[in-house]
Design a protein around this ligand. Structure first.
Ligand code: ZN
Ligand code: ZN
Length: 261
């Protein structure tokens, strides 16, 4: 199973990282829809998509604006006929059809905020269920992260599992530890370094050691850190050596990375 990191930044896109968006191309699934979504066109393998949103903040949803263009580019790049004067109109029609067929799953609270904002796109909005069926016999479980309205996701297929947790404070007594126990791949936010631990906690985000400890505690097999802080001086690079002592299979996620799990 493949996960493509389309956007590994938090808050705002930078030269290094677009904001939160993660794609499972074979399954036609996106986790969050930050600005990294514009890159989805190069990875589309399915007619349309299921998009699961962790919450309504702009760095996780503003990329919905680019969904039409992603489908449009895919239509143009996969043309089976010679280009003619009707090509753009046909591609627009197809892209619109695919956009309207896209299921966007979010909590009631997030939907209340997002549906008026993206009304012109006419997505197929869905209230996120605690358990959702996925293609190829998989299932997605969503769970509250214990702060505001953010939810985390766990996706399971026979022999493959992935959990995505963002915009939360990693701590040993966090409420989401049981749902992610034993997961093959844990994609967890890590917004700042250990030296800014208190500041990260105050703003509702995680620092390196705490995330590594969570991964060790739930016995994840692999940990990828995302939701990079746009402030360069607050990068978590400086903590990687000490993080590996706590949890050896840890790495920083970068835009464009493709991970097999
Ligand atoms: Zn965020
Ligand atoms: Zn947020």
């Amino acid at each position: 199973m493949k996960l493509v990191l389309l956007g590994t930044g938090g808050f705002t896109p930078t030269e290094q990282a677009q904001t939160a968006c993660f794609m499972l191309p074979e399954m036609g699934i996106l986790l969050d829809a930050g600005t990294g979504l514009y890159r989805a066109s190069s990875h589309l393998q399915t007619p349309d998509l299921d998009i699961y949103l962790s919450h309504a903040h702009g760095d996780h949803t503003s990329g919905l604006t680019y969904l039409f263009s992603a489908y449009f580019l895919d239509e143009i790049n996969t043309l089976t006929q010679e280009v003619n004067e009707h090509t753009p109109a046909v591609a627009v029609e197809q892209a619109n059809r695919r956009m309207h067929a896209t299921r966007v799953h979010a909590t009631q609270t997030a939907l209340a905020e997002l549906t008026p904002k993206f009304a012109p796109s006419q997505f197929d909005w869905r209230v996120l269920q605690t358990e959702e069926r996925l293609p190829c016999g998989g299932k997605l479980t969503s769970f509250n992260l214990g702060h505001h309205d953010e939810v985390g996701f766990r996706l399971d297929w026979p022999g493959h599992s992935l959990a995505y947790v963002t915009d939360t404070i990693a701590r040993p007594d966090a409420v989401y530890l049981e749902p992610i126990r034993g997961v093959d791949l844990l994609v967890h936010e890590c917004n700042g370094p250990n030296r800014l631990a208190q500041m990260m906690t105050n703003i509702g985000h995680s620092y390196t050691a705490a995330v590594a400890e969570v991964a060790a505690q739930v016995e994840a097999k692999r940990l990828v850190l995302v939701h990079k802080c746009p402030v360069q001086e607050w990068s978590v690079d400086e903590d990687m050596e000490s993080a590996r002592v706590i949890f050896p299979a840890v790495e920083i996620g970068n835009d464009g990375m493709e991970i097999e799990f």
